[in-house]
Design a protein around this ligand. Sequence first.
Ligand code: ATP
Length: 463
Amino acid sequence: MNKKSFDLEELASLCKRRGFIFQSSELYGGINGFWDYGPLGVELKKNIKDAWWRDTVQRRDDVVGLDASIIMHPRIWEASGHLEGFSDPMVDCKTCKGRFRADQLESSTCPQKPSKNVLSCGGELTEARQFNLMFKTFVGPVQDDSSVAYLRPETAQGIFAQFDNVLSVSRQKVPFGIAQIGKAFRNEINPRNYTFRSREFEQMELEFFVPPGDDEEWHRYWVAERLKWYTTIGLAPEHLDQYVYPQEELAHYASACVDIMYQFPFGLQELEGIAARGNFDLSRHSEYSGKKLEYFDQATNTRYIPHVVEPSAGVDRIALAVLCEAYAVEWIPKEGTAGEIQPAQPGESVPAGYEERTVLRFTPRVAPIKAAVFPLLKNRPELVEAAQKLYRQLQSSWPVFYDQTGAIGRRYRRQDEAGTPFGLTVDFQTLEDQTVTWRDRDDMRQERVPVAEVADRLATALA
Ligand code: ATP
């Protein structure tokens, strides 16, 4: 597998500089495990969520959507098993007072001796004890045991709790699915790897209900579908992998589970889990609520509790994978010099006739800005006017950017860093023959395109 090897710090610094991701509450020194998405980051995340929603809900006849509340009746978390069992083992270090996940000691650095891990730094560790990851709060003005509520640690339970309502209004028949995108919260012991493990994040979850016995077939179907989907948002197949859970690692109610993994700079890590969960969730909610959650199958005249296949993905992890995949530092031939684009060699100086560029090679579908429009010179009103006209026309359909400051090469470079796939330059020839220079971010090739054809070409490139 071709490992994407670069320092995550470099990417984090680009993300801050260009407004993709900021540390939450940075003004006050930050808060560990929380992140804010800036002007470009919010567009990137939105494009990922829109792509998922289009492909999982809109373009299918057998999936409908839901937007459930974040705080729900606390009994939901009793029924789901989260109150009792959603915990990680935690140890404290008596020497440095650090807190660590007991199952990640080898990969946890000592806060006092950053060159050592927590097992080899010589600190004295306590016995492991279970720590529940749900954030607790109170509903209403009285803070006692009866008003305790939890921020949801996953979006899935909202779907199970509304199964009956959705079934009765949507005229769906099993097999069918309910999909949801929304925030989830986990009080992770050690948030780390940039946004990969955060305490507040977004999930995109599908609960796909199937007749008992069809679990295996549907599980296979969803694993294949979901793997394919990642390539449509620009992740290279050679950077994707699957982890198939052996029987002994499965939850007692699950019959299969596969994680979709991505080769991050910090290793092969999970983007999404796809589990065949049997009828565990609906049975438990039925038991705890006292209401029947069954499906009547008219074709076979039978009544049953549907089984479920759950593809569960994290938006922030996918956004980070998309950023890692897109990130490249390259040596490019200087204006007017012949030569090929080459990957920069760390530690070596830029060859003669070349300059270095940082580029985010997003697939156009997820790129935050789709095209940038430039007048060649800002002090020529006829160029500015023609460029603004094109900009306004495109802006009614897509996020596009207008920039008239600085040398044109510098403006291209700025858009390369933002990951904008196309640059459109209005120059003197435009005034004569109504064509613009269309510049491709990836191969930097330039060609003349009639202004009247720009919108159609862009639509084709973004489809
Ligand atoms: P992990 O083993 O990495 O803690 P998990 O198996 O507990 O993850 P799930 O409960 O299956 O994760 O959640 C589904 C998805 O939600 C994950 O594949 C991931 O993309 C995302 N997710 C889970 N926890 C976090 C987190 N702390 N920060 C960001 N995303 C997360």
